[in-house]
Design a protein around this ligand. Sequence first.
Ligand code: ATP
Length: 554
Amino acid sequence: VPLDNLPGFLQRWLAPLATPQLAVSQVLLWGGAGTLVVAASAYLKGLGSGLVVWRVIGDLRQRLCDRFLSLDLGFHQGRKTGDLISRLNNDVTYTQNAVAFIFQDLLQQPVSVLTGLLFLVALNWRLTAAFLVILPLVVWPLRYFSHRIRRAGEQGAQSLGEITQAIHQILSGIRIVKAFGTEARESERFRDINRRFFRKMMSIVRARALSGTLMEVLAYGVFATGGGVLLTWLIREGAIRDLKPGEIGVFILIGVQKVFSPLRTLGKSIGNVQATLPGAARVFELLDTRPAVQDVPGAPPLAPLAREIAFERITFSYDGASPVLEDVTLRVPKGAIVAVVGPSGAGKSTLLSLLPRFYDPREGRVAIDGTDLRAVRRDSLLRQVAVVTQDPFLFHTTIRENIAYGKAQATPAEVEAAARDANIHDAILKLPRGYDTVVGERGLNLSGGERQRISIARALLKDAGVLILDEATSSLDSASEQAVQAALDRLMQGRTTLVIAHRLSTILHADAIAVLEAGRLVAQGTHAELMAQQGLYRRLYEIQFARHQPAGPA
Ligand code: ATP
């Protein structure tokens, strides 16, 4: 190109190329600089897409965790923990592939295809049209595979959930496994699940490998042959007579590199993503689940209990079919201790779990001073209610934090006072780091009685007006039993208490006893009144309470 014909700035820019030696040095200079720019942009691109991907994944995990926390107990009890963990871990990681695909191939490859096509059209539109006729032949069969891969991916994600579930079961039941010596059986069970997963994964691998192979065959067989036939025909017909062989070469080069290859890459990534989309679907299915127990918009807070808690004509069932509670009406005046007794499976725990709204009744209502609990904010309700369960759960953190769980801002003095009242202070001081001792996984390094007293201290510190108590059935040794009993007595003082009673002293001290049988309230009254009736209560008393008399004062 004669330099003189070019604009001034280009002349100046190209001048260094005037002699071959200078040209070489300039090529080196600009080539080197260009490489640096390309490398830097590749680095930034990698960084940028990584940033986006991990942000999205982190955000997704956070939202899943928040969803788990907001879902009601009914949801959690109907699910396997391992499956939920698998969704949070494996399925979210799978989702990462889909996100990476969106931010990489899905954005990049189509741009390349489009620019390539524009170039081809500029070169020869007739030939481009012919090229576009063959293209679907190559891309279309991929649909079949992507469907297959997707189905296998669905089963793979489920199967991975089963693996996590199995591990979770084994680890949380390790004491029982050890006690029964069933390691070999558990290992075999796990092997089965593991094998199932392997088979699912292999069917994905097979489908992917097959689609890859077919792509090659189509690419270099069908595409080349079809292209050759078409080209010959077009040349014979005189449609592209004006095209020189070199131009045909350029056409094929660009067609393959800029249009066909990116499409192939896209096809491959779509295959990969198909395998992972079901995992993403499992994540979004959970994100879309709505809790069954929710505040109504604009619900007011609950006023402090002034007169009574009332269960009014309650009917409830877990599965919507077989009722667990039927037409139960029970009133608990402020400050009273009401004991609920009944045979195993009568519905005692279920009835009490309606008060903190673990579940809502199907029919009837639970009301505090005449206000339906469903009409108020649940957090305000929970501030008034403390729950002490049979088998208290301690978190894997310090004793102090475990006691202060319901009142995070409690001072050390308050925590200590609660521990003293719960008869656990001295035992805590004997621990290696006192209140700062970290409780082992699932509280393994504390005795049953100590754990109960820590959970009583927790309830004492929370200082809620209403207490729901599920007395432990397992008998402790008499010293421990007395310590727990004294702590419980202190906890019940000045509060309104609903207690599932297993201890004789509790029913003797109760202001009223409610007797449940198969979901119905069959009798109600004081110990003396109920004993006089010669009914279920008297029988229960004789077989359970009188015989099972721990070291209590009665
Ligand atoms: P126990 O004294 O043995 O603890 P209970 O009187 O407290 O028994 P509940 O635990 O309320 O009885 O159970 C009442 C019935 O409801 C039982 O038949 C039980 O199988 C069923 N049940 C309890 N919890 C659930 C649940 N989460 N999902 C389905 N059914 C449940």
